[in-house]
Design a protein around this ligand. Structure first.
Ligand code: HPA
Length: 290
């Protein structure tokens, strides 16, 4: 596995003309951000050695490198979901590659069903924590030397990035919610009983992505930040019927708000990072590892 990761990272490094420290997974609600990236060069997933190929309708699979507001970034357009049949190693492969490329901060977005009765469709929820209900753990198997065998998960979502997002949302006059994201395998949406159960568990929203990538990023020492767009509601006294189309529609409506927050965060975080260079982890424990 590690040889494959290195092979992919070397292939990309040979072709990269920038050295981004920031990566974004352009999940639901962030598609528009791709069009704001300038000075781009791209690699369709099918051209990248060892990369899984994305299958879900509406997800164009490619890595986009370029600048966002002057900041060098790397963006994943199209992610790999466990429900598509990919192994957890495949789902999280791009994050391992990001680490090898020197990424130190990862931004992710997703669509999620809201169980918190305060939530409305179209709300943005800053993810403060998660509950991992995927049936296979992404760190199962031989431990990678990027992190410990039994990683601490105390602060999986970086509190400084959350504070920054709050301040930006406030400046931009965009209301945001905060909450716990429950990660499930899908592909079924939840039954009313399941929504209720996840609420009792302590969840605010439920979705089928993000948790595997975030766990692996955290294990690599990559700071992570995530936002969910609440595309449907369940678990309390509301209709729970939901379709993929409704999810897309709600996500499209929330897209400008999500894009504005993420764009500003990336620009501001880069400024902070530039002032704190030495605080960031730049040594690579996977060097020489097989
Ligand atoms: N459940 C799981 N995943 C989702 C949902 C949901 O209600 N909405 C959007 N993605």
């Amino acid at each position: 596995m590690y040889t494959k990761i290195q092979e992919t990272a070397s292939w990309l490094k040979e072709r990269m003309t920038t050295s981004p420290k920031t990566a974004i997974v352009l999940g639901t609600g962030l598609g528009q951000l791709a069009s704001e990236i300038t000075d781009t060069y791209e690699f369709p997933y099918q051209d990248i050695p060892n990369f899984p190929v994305s299958t879900v309708e509406g997800h164009k699979g490619k890595l986009i490198f370029g600048k966002l507001g002057g900041v060098d970034i790397m963006a994943m357009q199209g992610r790999f979901h466990f429900y598509e049949g990919y192994s957890m190693k495949d789902v999280t492969f791009p994050v391992r590659v990001m680490y090898e490329l020197g990424i130190t901060t990862l931004y992710v977005s997703n669509a999620a069903g809201g169980m918190n009765p305060q939530f409305k469709i179209g709300d943005l929820m800053i993810i403060t924590d998660h509950i991992n209900l995927f049936p296979e753990h992404p760190l199962r198997g031989k431990n990678f030397p990027t992190g410990p065998r039994f990683p601490d998960m105390h602060e999986t979502y970086d509190h400084n990035l959350i504070a920054e997002a709050d301040s930006i949302a406030n400046d931009l006059n965009i209301p945001v919610q905060h909450g716990v994201y429950v990660g499930v395998q899908g592909p079924t949406f939840e039954t009313p009983a399941e929504y209720k159960m996840y609420r009792i568990f302590g969840g605010d929203a439920v979705g089928m992505s993000t948790v595997p990538e975030v766990i692996v990023a955290h294990h690599c020492g990559i700071k992570t930040f995530g936002i969910s767009v609440i595309t449907d509601l369940g678990g309390f006294d509301v209709p729970v019927e939901v379709s993929h189309e409704e999810v897309q529609e709600a996500a499209n409506m929330a897209q400008p708000k999500m894009t504005a927050i993420m764009r500003e965060m990336i620009i501001r975080a880069e400024r902070i990072q530039a002032h704190n260079q030495d605080k960031f982890n730049t040594d690579h424990p996977t060097e020489g590892w097989k």
